[in-house]
Design a protein around this ligand. Structure first.
Ligand code: MSP
Length: 543
């Protein structure tokens, strides 16, 4: 049975519209999914929205509409955004769908029957804003609960609990055994430390009297399930998991082909949600250790060092940025200016700076000048002349050091970075991938400056050199288009269009394949198209 690469992201809360942080996570997942398709693998990319909960109920009440109407509006905003940003997912998870509810209820019933869920009474201080009971751990040095908890009240309530702490030792052993359970390493350490501190069980319900916007417990109609059994289960309910089959291997083949997933989540929901609750939930319903998903934990985009939030009023709207600068410009910035796993500071000035420097000047110019020269000096036709003999011999003494660097960086008839591309991508180091690709772009531009094709064109004795240089540039651009296609799908198509290459697959993702990143595919006599500006410069006065 051929395995499908299964990639998921956190589902987004529908209590407020998407911001640039949400966009980052989906673009990262989309880039990784596109990379796997580029390698020829089958991919199942799942994302969606988290529609239940108290905050949604409150926001809907504030807006004076039923929660079902409220979530429809916000859900549509997320769908529109992913379309605008070329985020291409295979399945859309929305937690109010019947398909999902059935699986959530099936799992709860199974765990209840197995004695993993019990009813208990809790009394204590409760944060209405954070929707949780508070313990002494939450008290500040002055013994009071901080303002971040909002209004505090004393509550006594019966609820259902999942026997979380019973699985603590399993989780510790699992984390010790599996070194890549969480990526990057320091997050695995953070998780392990948190697991050590598990003491109690997990409250998984709310009485309907105060929250009815949720999935009803199958064994008690007076309660809905609260947050995690509802939200986390999406990763399997939309992948064809069948809760009535308790043996993992008996699951439908459509599920087994996909699972386990690589799950992409932000750093805020590793502990306790995904790292503790989710992994334990899967273990409790019979997932073997080798079927436990890996968690890729990304950092956050902040604004001047501060967290972006609706209440702080510092939300950056990705719709506005995509309309102003294009989807590719936003994708490039969000993928190149952050190291996966670390935080970064969002800056519109920096987005424009990188766009102008890397896309408009470096890559855009390279494409433009290459096509212009091939058209002008060779009527658009390329000729695969070997480049080796010419490289150190260009008559440009003032550029000697650059030429020397080129000789090292440009082995004959190849692009040096291609063999390492997959390694960096498999390590999710997208910004490093881009750095290397841009080294190649810079080297090509240096080659143009050093070789000065306009001079070569004046001397018929230099015809071979001119052909060699032009072929090198055109072929490099073809390979560069393939390598950037996961991050910049539109630009990659634009380059192929202008190179007049694989026109029959125009607009289709299959146009790009890593196997085609081999040197020398442009045939003798291939006619390239006319240059068209791929990335018009952004004038900074527009800011
Ligand atoms: N609905 C829950 C997740 C349930 S998963 C079963 C949730 N939603 S969220 O809308 O608050 O966040 C969705 C994702 O966006 C999370 O992975 C979160 O880390 C990520 N981000 C939210 N703000 C972000 C930034 N400022 N920067 C990067 N990612 C951010 O959590």
């Amino acid at each position: 049975m051929p395995k499908t690469f299964f990639i998921t992201t956190a589902i987004d809360y529908t209590n407020s519209p998407p911001h640039v942080g949400h966009a980052y996570e989906k673009i990262l997942a989309d880039v990784i999914a596109r990379y796997h398709r580029l390698k020829g693998e089958k991919v199942f990319f799942l994302t969606g929205v988290d529609q239940h909960g108290q905050k949604v109920q409150q926001s809907a009440a504030k807006a004076g509409i039923p929660p079902s109407e409220f979530v429809k509006g916000i859900t549509q905003k997320f769908i529109d955004l992913w379309k605008k940003l070329d985020v291409q997912y295979d399945e859309w998870a929305q937690t109010t769908s019947d398909r999902h509810k059935k699986v959530v209820r099936g799992i709860l019933q199974r765990l209840f029957d197995a004695g993993q869920i019990y009813k208990d009474k809790q009394a204590g201080y409760y944060s209405v804003r954070q929707e949780q009971f508070l313990t002494d751990k939450e008290r500040g040095p002055d013994g009071q609960f901080g303002t971040e908890w909002g209004e505090i009240e004393f509550r006594e309530e019966e609820n259902y609990y999942f026997k979380l702490s019973q699985h603590k030792d399993w989780l510790l052993a699992y984390l010790d055994k599996r070194k890549d359970a969480v990526i990057p390493d320091f997050r695995q350490t953070e998780l392990r430390n948190a697991v050590e501190k598990i003491t109690g069980d997990l409250c998984i319900s709310r009485p309907k009297s105060r929250l009815d916007w949720g999935i009803e417990l199958p064994f008690d109609k007076d309660f809905v399930t609260y947050v995690w059994f509802d939200a986390l289960t999406n990763y399997i309910s939309f992948a064809d998991y069948n809760p009535s089959l308790s043996t993992f291997n008996c699951q439908p083949s459509t599920f087994l082909q996909k699972w386990p997933a690589l799950q992409i989540i932000g750093k805020d929901i590793l502990v306790p949600a995904h790292g503790i609750y989710w992994l334990i939930m899967l273990h409790a319903i019979g997932f073997p250790d080798d079927q436990t998903p890996r968690l890729l934990v990304h950092g956050w985009w902040n604004l001047s060092g501060a967290k972006m939030s609706k209440s702080a009023g510092n939300i950056v709207d990705p719709f506005v940025l995509a309309d102003k600068y294009s989807a590719d410009a936003l994708r490039y910035y969000l993928m190149s200016d952050i190291a996966t796993g670390q935080d970064a500071d969002f800056s519109e000035e920096r987005l424009v700076e990188r766009y102008n420097a890397d896309l408009a000047n470096s890559l855009g110019n390279l494409l433009n000048r290459t096509l212009y020269m091939v058209t002008k000096y060779r009527s658009g036709k390329v000729k695969p002349v070997r480049f080796a003999f010419a490289i150190g011999e260009f008559d440009s003494p003032e550029n000697e050091s650059e030429l020397a660097a080129l000789v090292v960086n440009f082995p004959v008839d190849s692009m040096p970075f291609v063999p390492d591309y997959a390694g960096y991508f498999d390590a999710h180091r997208v910004s490093i991938v881009l750095e290397h690709v841009w080294d190649a772009v810079t080297a090509c531009n240096t080659l143009v400056d050093c070789a000065a094709p306009w001079k070569l064109a004046q001397d018929p004795a230099q015809a071979d050199r001119l052909d060699a240089v032009l072929y090198y540039l055109a072929e490099s651009l073809r390979i560069i288009a393939i390598l950037i296609s996961p991050v910049l799908p539109k630009a990659a198509h634009g380059i192929f269009d202008q190179l007049n290459w694989k026109m029959e697959l125009n607009g289709k993702e299959e146009r790009f394949s890593l196997a085609d990143a081999e040197w020398g595919e442009l045939p003798d006599g291939h006619v390239v198209g006319k240059p068209v500006r791929l990335f018009p410069r952004i004038e900074t006065t527009e800011l």
